[in-house]
Ligand binder design. Structure first.
Ligand code: BES
Ligand code: MN
Ligand code: ZN
Length: 504
């Protein structure tokens, strides 16, 4: 779906040729390709297109007479003034590329030729990576379950992007392009899973995805069903599943290199629908709780990316506990006491605080079985994180500063910003129960932190970080490469970035 060409941009056939413009304030528009310059320079001189971010200009080379450009349309996309900071520069490219993909979809372009931006301080590979990411993420569309009416044009996606290297070294540009493609396709896979409603994307589907991925790649997959979870004593997953008509799953995906290499364990909340259970949620907006599996989707999608990229020097294990949270006759009752995988007992005061119950089992099991050097969990865990950070940053809590810093850096470099919140015994104390080792809610105060404290009880001394993506998994910050509505695929690219630069 994305390739690199070394031939000059004006000769490349396509429905659209894209040029990324920097806002320089200069008289000349600053593109090397002469035929494109001839087309745009008059508009630039008139001051109608200056390269400001958010600006786009669509032109038709043939309308000026005999065209020296093979593509049917030329799209100039403003990038703004070149940022000095590399993370911001990368985001500028991703954003501009996302805008290009959006415009291309609007005019139903199928084949889009893209001139890679020059005049940046970034290495060629990073330029190509960010552009490729922005194009693929911005080209995303979920067709859903709507029937296309006879007189209706179905929405289209761009079929092929062709990158023109524009003076950048081809091998480097190609390497970056493939990186960007793998990461963006993985994020789109997470969006696809999340977009399916709860009656389609069931716990069993998580298992199917894992098995299919393992068949197609070098990963191995194990899917544990209800009986196995019972034998293992996963009281948290089973309690949440008790009120449901659908059996739970625990999906395990393993990427193995040499045994001596460090192992990273990823755990994702795969709650395929969260009604709240007996502690029922209000009806308004409850349909959004089909997205409560975005953490699980991110973990499986990241494993897809790992399988595609085969990083050296690291083993990665992905775990997804999957169930819905329903209020059937067998449902867990407020006040019930359950026993987790590691023997810890817990008083279920609120059945809507279910994410921590399924994650606790998965964390304890994953750590005992795989002895990882670090653990990261992703979960749409608390509404409170939206109150605290809004929809612009993922909440991060960790028992290890170096792991926290690495994740924050990985997120910053791919446009998925995080913000760290504290942990501490004063918060954990809010989880004290009269009847069990823990209770599953710590009150309204510091709700995001006490949820993390619950998880912390199950990780021991293993370096661990928890990402609360409840505010960012959907309704994430408005930007051209993120869908306005629906899931963002957040977390996937942060994880892949982290794994690429793993050094502990
Ligand atoms: N899945 C929800 C958290 C959530 C809420 C995510 C809104 C996205 C948007 C989670 O299972 C939940 O219900 N948490 C409760 C915890 C409370 C009962 C302690 C919450 O945040 O209200
Ligand atoms: Mn809940
Ligand atoms: Zn939930």
């Amino acid at each position: 779906m994305i390739t690199l060409t070394t031939s000059p941009p004006e000769t490349a056939r396509g429905d659209m040729l894209v040029w990324f413009a920097w806002q320089t304030g200069k008289k000349r528009c600053g593109i090397d390709c002469a035929p494109v310059r001839k087309l745009i320079q008059p508009v630039w001189r008139a001051g109608d297109f200056t390269g400001r971010g958010e600006e786009t200009l669509l032109l038709y080379p043939a309308s000026a007479g005999r065209a020296r450009i093979a593509a049917a349309r030329v799209l100039a996309v403003g990038c703004g003034k070149v940022e000095k900071d590399h993370d911001r520069l990368r985001e500028q490219l991703r954003t501009a590329a996302g805008r290009a993909a959006t415009r291309a979809r609007e005019v139903k372009a199928r084949r889009v030729v893209v001139i890679l931006p020059d005049r940046t301080a970034l290495p060629a590979a990073e330029v190509a990576e960010c552009v490729s990411e922005g194009l693929i993420l911005g080209n995303y569309h979920f067709s859903g379950h709507r029937t296309v009416k006879k007189d209706e044009d179905p929405p289209v996606r761009v079929k092929r992007f062709v990158l023109c290297r524009n003076g950048l070294k081809a091998p480097e540009a190609r390497r970056g392009m493939v990186r960007g493609e793998i990461a963006a396709e993985a994020a789109c896979a997470a969006r696809d899973m999340a977009n399916e409603p709860g009656n389609y994307w069931t716990p069993a589907r998580f298992g199917d995805f894992g098995r299919r991925l393992a068949r197609a790649t070098s990963l191995t997959c194990t899917v544990l069903g209800k009986q196995e979870l019972k034998k293992l004593g996963m009281g948290g997953i089973l309690a949440v599943n008790q009120g449901s008509a659908l059996p739970p799953r625990l999906v395990i995906l393993e990427y193995r290199t040499a045994g001596k290499n460090p192992t990273l364990l990823l755990v994702g909340k795969g709650l395929t629908f969260d009604s709240g259970g007996v502690s029922l949620k209000p009806a308004a907006g409850m349909e959004e709780m089909k997205y409560d599996m975005c953490g699980g989707a991110a973990v499986l999608a990241a494993m897809q990316g790992v399988a595609g990229e085969r990083p050296e020097g690291i083993n990665v294990v992905g775990l997804v506990p999957a169930t819905d949270n329903m209020s059937g006759a067998g449902a867990v009752r407020p006040g019930d006491v359950i026993t987790h995988y590691n023997g810890t007992t817990s008083e279920v005061v609120n059945t809507d605080a279910e994410g921590r119950l399924i994650l606790a089992d998965a964390l304890a099991y994953g750590i005992r079985r795989f002895k990882p050097d670090a653990v990261i969990d992703l979960a749409t865990l608390t509404g409170a994180v939206i109150i605290g950070l809004g929809h612009h940053r993922t909440g991060l809590m960790a028992n290890d500063d170096s792991l926290a810093d690495q994740i924050i850096a990985a997120g910053a470099s791919c446009g998925e910003p995080l913000w760290r919140l504290p942990l501490g015994p004063e918060y954990t104390r809010q989880l004290k129960s009269e009847v069990a080792d823990l209770k599953n809610v710590g009150g309204r105060a510091g709700g995001t932190i006490t949820a993390a404290c619950y998880l912390q009880e199950f990780v021991g001394n293993t370096p661990w970080a928890h990402l609360d993506i409840a505010g960012t998994a959907w309704n994430f910050t408005d930007k051209p490469y993120i869908p306005k509505k629906g899931p963002s695929g957040t977390g996937v690219r942060t994880l892949l970035n982290l794994i690429r630069h793993w050094n502990r």
